[in-house]
Write a new protein. Structure first.
Length: 318
């Protein structure tokens, strides 16, 4: 009995030691499998959260240097989306105010930032104000620097031939049908003027881009000649908080944005890039862009790696 009692006592002591080791391991002490925590001094009195500065976003007029979109275009070999650009600016409402500034001046600033973001590429088309004094024949190449110089000299924009936005869009559609290639229409206007009639005019602008060259819709009424290129419509609205999705359908190209979301350099750059380009080139269609593709002539239906080269190579070629 004494021997059995001693064995039992030793078994109890061993079990206690095992339980103690497991307990210390659980709390990260001793030789357990858990990593010890790093001790960081806590000083709650020094933790201060600065107030978020939103003054730059609230101020509508400030310095704007523009983005170097041209270098990105060359580096990534961006593909062109459009060959022509037509800009319509709603003016003549200087009595209205937005953010404490006359509406005309605010829209002029949006247009200036757009022009300064455009890369140096050849574009046909032109820019007009939604006004009655018509000089529609005065279009050719869209040159941002020339446009800015004329506006800085105090010259006003040529009128499109109508003070009604819907009719102005129809006139712009006629101009687009006379241009070669794809045409993009940019509207800079208060959101409130994009009513049902203006949205219907936008749909007519889209429809002309889908028509074959020489196609006429009700020729005895308006001699609506179709164009061979794809038309896109972009809109920058003043006074709105959210994009107006009613300007486009799923199958159409285009984008609508509130002006407040385009006043910063990177935001305007993204907007202009979306308007002019479709993305980097991928000539061999392997899913790796050309500017990253180390094997630019990969045969079709081949699996490639991240460098655009064949993922599986025959043993004889190794």
């Amino acid at each position: 009995m004494q021997i059995i009692g001693r064995l039992s006592q030793r078994s109890v002591v061993s079990a206690l030691k095992i339980n103690l080791i497991l307990a210390l391991s659980t709390f990260g002490v001793g030789c357990g499998t858990f990593e010890t925590l790093v001790k960081v001094p806590v000083k709650p009195s020094e933790a201060v959260v600065d107030e978020y500065q939103i003054a730059l976003y609230q101020e509508p007029i400030h310095l704007f240097s523009g983005a170097n979109l041209g270098s990105k275009m060359k580096q990534q070999r961006l593909m062109r989306r459009t060959e022509n650009l037509i800009v319509l600016i709603e003016q003549g409402r200087s009595t209205e105010m937005y953010r404490g500034i006359p509406l005309d001046i605010y829209q002029r600033e949006v247009f200036r930032r757009f022009n300064r973001t455009l890369p140096h590429i050849a574009l046909g088309g032109g820019v007009w104000s939604v006004a009655e004094d018509s000089k529609v024949a005065n279009f050719g190449q869209y040159k941002p620097s020339v446009i800015e110089d004329s506006l800085d000299r105090g010259e006003s924009l040529d009128g499109i031939g109508s003070g009604n936005l819907a009719k102005a869009i129809d006139i712009a559609a006629g101009i687009a049908s006379g241009l070669r290639g794809r045409t993009t229409l940019l509207l800079i206007t208060p959101w409130g003027l994009l009513d049902q009639s203006a949205r219907e005019a936008v749909m007519r602008f889209y429809q002309r881009g889908r028509s074959q060259a020489g196609f006429q819709i009700i020729p005895q009424v308006d001699a609506w000649n179709g164009s061979s290129g794809l038309n896109c419509v972009y809109a920058v609205g003043v006074g709105g908080k959210l994009p107006m999705s009613a300007l486009r359908t799923v199958e159409d190209c285009g984008l609508s944005m509130p002006s407040d979301r385009l006043m910063q350099v990177r935001d305007m750059e993204a907007f202009v890039e979306h308007m002019l380009f479709m993305g980097p080139e991928d000539n061999d269609g392997d899913g790796v862009y050309d500017y990253k593709d180390k094997c630019p002539e990969t045969p079709p239906d081949r699996l490639v790696d991240y460098d655009g080269c064949n993922r599986f190579v025959a043993e004889s070629r190794r």
